[in-house]
Design a protein around this ligand. Structure first.
Ligand code: UD1
Ligand code: CA
Length: 447
């Protein structure tokens, strides 16, 4: 029978091997913190109540957890994973459903695996552990399984016999149990081991002693990869990117060289979009179907509508919206700018805080001067307007529909619909000036 679901996320470890001023679990994979990954996985598995356990000096983690809508609890001393879970008891406030324990340094765990673990508890097991078969079992805890496939106990590598170390089936750290069972079992866990810690893993042996059952749910190694160092962080990033690339290809996106395209956790790309090599998607990007993103383009928090074309070497900064069939060419930067359908900014341009009407053409070298050092001001360009090359648009300013600006103009006043605005020094030609000038330097040449 489905039960209410809660999660306890452990994040009280020191993470010393990261050599970082920032808490380990706030380091990012695919553009979001490892803590946020754990929270999202739990929620996707139907968890409503989440308690994040942090250390006494974990103010940064506490703030991040609260911002993610989680309750928090303090583990005053790092006495082990079992003790950390006990610290969450009060914050769970008498919760009676099923609890899954997650490590905040294991970001890629899938909601499906968590759902499978919950299902074991609902099916009558007292404890469900997520196991895996790592390429190198090393320091992972070993799962000791009986002849009938039931989990008997977990032994930490530091306490294992040479024979137990031969076991390749390992503990990912993720574990589910009914709330009442979990705390009852933890109350019986002792710290009589090499590290003198209260191990969460010991609840399995306690459950067995009480005549209860424990089971294992297996996951892929890439999913349960634990991050303890920058090397592990890079490995988690790699695993995430591989997963994201495979998903994009599966969804009908062309990636010419998948291994060179970098995604964020929330990147959305529609079918028949073409992504050329060396493109980076920061967080918050949607690219609609049929759009083409040429090489070396970098996009963050922006929307690229159907059949639009970007780059090569385009940069979309937060708040940009490139309309259907619009074009953003090489060395063009957009910030908080909306390009209407079919509008074009093909070369060497900066558009910030701007609204550009449909089919407008922005000439090479156009700059919106949107910032005076204190405030940002808007530029509005009407439909079908034609901005001459090297125009500076000094915001706030509006260029009307179908209006033109002369090349090299500095536009400081609004331009009416259908007008031509020219704002530059008039050219004067001085006849024969060069002949007279050269005559002053006999015998010399500048070339
Ligand atoms: C743990 C498991 C091991 C498993 C491995 C998987 C235990 C006893 N061992 O070992 O079986 O194979 O993870 O990666 O559970 N933490 C606290 N408070 C503490 C101690 C740890 O919050 O007092 C948190 C850490 O921040 C971390 C997690 O718990 O997120 C795991 O702790 P860690 O010390 O890394 O456990 P391992 O030795 O890796
Ligand atoms: Ca660990």
């Amino acid at each position: 029978m489905p039960q209410a679901r809660a999660a306890v996320i452990l994040a009280a470890g020191k993470g010393v091997r990261m050599r970082s001023a920032r808490s380990k679990v706030l380091h990012e994979v695919g553009g979001r913190s490892m803590l946020a990954w754990s929270v999202a996985a739990a929620r996707a598995a139907g968890v409503e109540r989440i308690v994040v356990v942090h250390a006494r000096d974990g103010a940064e983690v506490e703030a991040a957890a609260k911002a993610l809508g989680c309750a928090t609890a303090v583990q005053t001393e790092q006495l082990g994973t079992g003790n950390a879970v006990q610290s969450a008891r009060e914050a769970l406030g008498g919760f009676t459903g099923a609890v899954v324990v997650l490590f905040a340094d294991t970001p890629l765990i899938s909601p499906k695996t968590l759902t499978d673990a919950f299902a074991r508890i609902e099916g009558g097991a007292a404890v469900a552990v997520v196991g895996f078969h790592p390429a190198a079992p090393g320091s992972y805890g070993r799962l000791i399984v009986g002849a009938n496939g039931e989990l008997l106990r977990i032994v930490e590598a530091s306490d294992a016999t040479p024979q137990e170390l031969e076991v390749g089936h390992c503990n990912s750290g993720v574990l589910a149990a009914g709330a009442a069972d979990l705390f009852a079992f933890l109350a019986e866990v002792k710290n009589d081991n090499r590290k003198k810690e209260y191990y969460l893993t010991d609840v399995v042996a306690v459950a067995r002693r009480k005549g209860r059952r424990a089971g294992v749910v297996d996951a892929d190694e890439a999913e349960v990869l634990g991050v303890n160092s920058r090397v592990d962080l890079a490995a988690a990033e790699k695993a995430f990117q591989e997963r994201a690339r495979a998903a994009a290809l599966e969804a009908g996106v062309t990636l010419v060289a998948p291994e060179t395209v970098f995604f964020s956790y929330d990147t959305v790309i529609g079918p028949d979009a073409v992504i050329e090599p060396n493109v980076v998607f920061g967080p918050g990007v949607t690219v609609e179907g049929g759009a083409v993103v040429h090489s070396f383009t970098h996009i963050t928090e922006s929307v690229v509508r159907a059949k639009a074309e970007l780059g090569p070497f385009a940069r979309l900064r937060p708040g940009s919206d490139v309309g259907p069939g619009a074009k953003v060419g090489n060395f063009v930067e957009l910030k908080k700018t909306k390009l209407g359908a079919g509008a074009k900014a093909s070369h060497l341009t900066y558009l910030g805080d701007a609204i550009v009407g449909a089919k407008a053409n922005i000439g090479a070298g156009t700059i919106t001067c949107n910032y005076d050092g204190y405030t940002k001001s808007p530029t509005v360009i009407g439909e079908g307007a034609f901005i001459g090359s090297d125009t500076s648009l000094v915001a706030p300013v509006t260029v009307g529909a179908r209006a033109y600006t002369g090349a090299g103009s500095v536009i400081t006043e609004n331009v009416p619909d259908d007008a031509l605005a020219v704002a530059r020094g008039r050219q004067s030609n001085v006849e024969g000036w060069s002949i007279r000038f050269r005559a002053k330097h006999p015998g010399k040449s500048h070339d």
